[in-house]
Design a protein around this ligand. Sequence first.
Ligand SMILES: Cc1ncc(COP(=O)(O)O)c(C=O)c1O
Length: 432
Amino acid sequence: MHHLRALMDLLSYVEEHHFYRSRCINLIASENITSGLVRKLLSTDLGHRYAIGFLYTRMYRGCRYVDLIEALTGYLLRSLFRAEHVNYVPISGTLANLIVVNALTKPGDSIMALSVMDGGHSSFRECSLVHGVSMVPLPFDQEAYNVDVDGAEKLIRRVKPKIVLLGASDILFPHPVRELMPVVKEEGGILAYDAAHVLGLIAGGRFQDPLREGADIVTGSTHKTFFGPQGGIILCKRDYSEAIDHSAWQLVNNHHINRVAALAVTTCEMQAFGASYADQVTKNAKRLAEALYDKGVKVICSDKNFTESHQVIIDVGRGRANGISNILEEANIIVNPMPMPWDRDEGEASGIRLGVQEVTRLGMKEDCMDEIAHLIADIVLSRRSPSEVRYSTESLADNYQKVYFCFDTDEEAYRYFRVEYLMKELKMQMQL
Ligand SMILES: Cc1ncc(COP(=O)(O)O)c(C=O)c1O
């Protein structure tokens, strides 16, 4: 009978996770929560099926509705992003980057992107290595907290990379797409932009729009500021569509069609509510940064108004970010430590990255950002114990338990997985 015990344990762990997260303030910049409708689509029969091949020419039969769903998804995404082509096959942002590198480079080529210490994502380097391509780090200007345009121009002329990939995991300000486009083109390269973090802000029209600024390709995750199911996406000019679509099928055999349908729903939510959502996200980020700064926490880029994205970065001192993130966790404030460009290595992280997109989706506005800043400052400046702060965190979180910027705003954000009834039914069937 121990497998039944394990089953009960497992179900209650999932329920406890949901209750625990309903009592936390989640500030992980790469996460979000989905609407009830998106969750429902994720649990449909579509999640059991394959649709290998291209639209209307599948290897497996039985795809008549899958084709309709995917044709609609493609149309919705192309309209939202005003893109000539979209590929929604990658099941993560990392895979989207790998598909692009695989499609458009040969072993021995080089690409340029930011290094991890300067805010780039580890997938930039790993995707290149997997394909036998070398990654040359883009120069970074610590003062501007952005790509160093002059340095990058010189390096692009020297290295002549196949792909220059802008975008980052730590992204406070728009990246220099317009500025670098001419030199990339003169040297025969492709300008790509990894919008994993800012895709939802782009959709809402509240951040730079890389395609409008001339980028050839945009990759991204569909679950960070874009509040959809976990997955990846590639938007591109028509010239690259064939190579990218082929590469996608080579690398992703099984693209999770339930996720595609859920992504289509999120795209409708973005069409309807994206602008007001992105507006509130950027207002909240600025307010959180200002409030933290006013309370004495060192927020980076104070001379540049802190941020134009969903992120705020605080500097807690060399080697202290891990420890402080743990104490914040004890206070039910969930964050991640980040190595900063001025740290010696990743183990000495001094930065903590805060993202306001999930709390915004729960309906929080500027007044809540003041409260959150207060709680964080109490921990970072050691003014109150984590257990005292946790009490305040839980009271604040308790008032924000619904999902907004969607069509079904009555849905519980976290407390929807109830084992009690499930257990009763299971017990009857299994005569426990
Ligand atoms: C800039 C950037 N690109 C790619 C990724 C990878 O995204 P995913 O987790 O969807 O694979 C991340 C993850 O946070 C990221 O920050």
